[in-house]
Design a protein around this ligand. Structure first.
Ligand SMILES: NC(=O)c1ccc[n+]([C@@H]2O[C@H](COP(=O)([O-])OP(=O)(O)OC[C@H]3O[C@@H](n4cnc5c(N)ncnc54)[C@H](O)[C@@H]3O)[C@@H](O)[C@H]2O)c1
Length: 305
């Protein structure tokens, strides 16, 4: 099939493109390389260096005629969104709506969006959080993702009959994640332990997250080509504390003790997703357990750092 992947030079997007190419699809990538890297783009994919929020996308759609559009490009930094809410909205809301308008115009068969679980459910009253759990976003980033989820569900799907899926991802980790970013605790711990740099745990370390390996996210994206419609949580359903996570990673690299510092303002204490809906309707479930995923990730970084 003909696929278009926005954000295909990024961490998750580049793994998705690799898999689509491997499965014999024709793939085009749109990316502005703001956080993505050209070297991550599969050489068999056609690359358009464009900014979704600024460029006229008609030419790409007319040329590529994509049947499926995966929309992963986004500004994904919570602190950046707090400091620059207009830029966040321009990228994440305006850029997404422009893409969706082109999907309608060019009769795309399926639109698959990578939304977020943690930043949308926020300090959730219901743990694990379901797709129906009351959303409590604490940042413009969470709000912008929720806004696109709502446009997709209530306008593009309900009114315009575009077939769409929104995947609310938990905390994704794996090869190619940027260890210099402010997010991605696994990449940061691995990088610092390999380089024998101090590792900081914010707060007590008892805060929890739902860590999912990148190939499992790619698996959910692939299932969404044929299955599902609407919003799905994509995580493992398992809650892991940052302290225990550190212990697992240190066990694979070096037994260096972590340092503790003040908790980060606005950080949610518990975050884990219920994935029953994705299991049932997407016919997907994660396959890689945390220890195996960590080993694969450590191996990758050991070869490159
Ligand atoms: N990594 C996670 O844990 C996580 C969790 C929940 C949701 N998500 C979502 O998954 C998607 C991919 O995340 P990632 O971790 O791979 O991030 P990433 O930063 O590695 O990838 C995003 C890509 O989008 C590109 N991009 C950004 N703005 C663009 C624009 N205006 N036009 C064109 N390209 C643009 C970047 O250059 C980059 O290659 C994002 O939408 C993110 O919000 C990620």
């Amino acid at each position: 099939m003909k696929m278009l992947v926005t954000g295909g030079a990024g961490f998750i997007g580049s793994h998705l493109v690799d898999r689509l190419v491997k499965e014999g699809h024709r793939v085009a990538v749109i990316d502005n390389l703001s956080t993505g890297q050209k070297k991550f783009i599969n050489p068999r994919a056609k690359f358009y260096k464009l900014d979704l929020a600024k460029a006229n996308l008609k030419g790409v759609f007319a040329k590529e005629k994509p049947e499926v559009v995966f929309h992963l490009a986004s500004q994904k930094s919570v602190p950046f969104s707090l400091a620059h809410p207009l830029e966040d909205a321009t990228n994440n809301i305006w850029g997404s709506l422009k893409l969706l308008e082109n999907c309608l115009k060019f009769k795309v068969k399926k639109f698959i969006f990578t939304s977020t679980g943690g930043a949308i459910y926020g300090p959730a009253k219901e743990i694990p959080s379901k797709e129906t759990t009351l959303e409590r976003p604490l940042s413009p980033y969470g709000l912008s993702k929720l806004t696109v989820d709502n446009y997709l569900k209530n306008f593009y799907q309900a009114v315009k009959k575009l077939n769409g899926v929104s995947l609310r991802l938990s905390n994704v980790y794996g090869p190619r994640q940027d260890p210099q970013g402010e997010a991605g605790v696994i990449a940061i711990f691995i990088n610092n332990l390999i380089k024998n740099k101090p590792c900081y745990i914010d707060g007590s370390g008892l805060q929890t997250r739902d860590f999912i390996y990148v190939e499992d996210v790619v698996g959910a994206c692939l299932k969404a080509i044929k299955n599902g419609s609407g919003i799905y949580n994509v995580g493992t359903g398992k809650e892991t504390s940052v302290k225990y996570l550190y212990h697992l990673i240190a066990g694979l690299i070096s037994e260096k003790k972590p340092l503790f510092r003040e908790p980060r303002q606005g950080d949610v204490f518990r975050s884990v997703l219920k994935i029953a809906k994705a299991k049932k309707e997407l016919k997907w479930q994660p396959k890689i357990d945390l220890l195996r995923g960590l080993k694969l990730t450590v191996d990758y970084f050991k070869k490159r750092l």
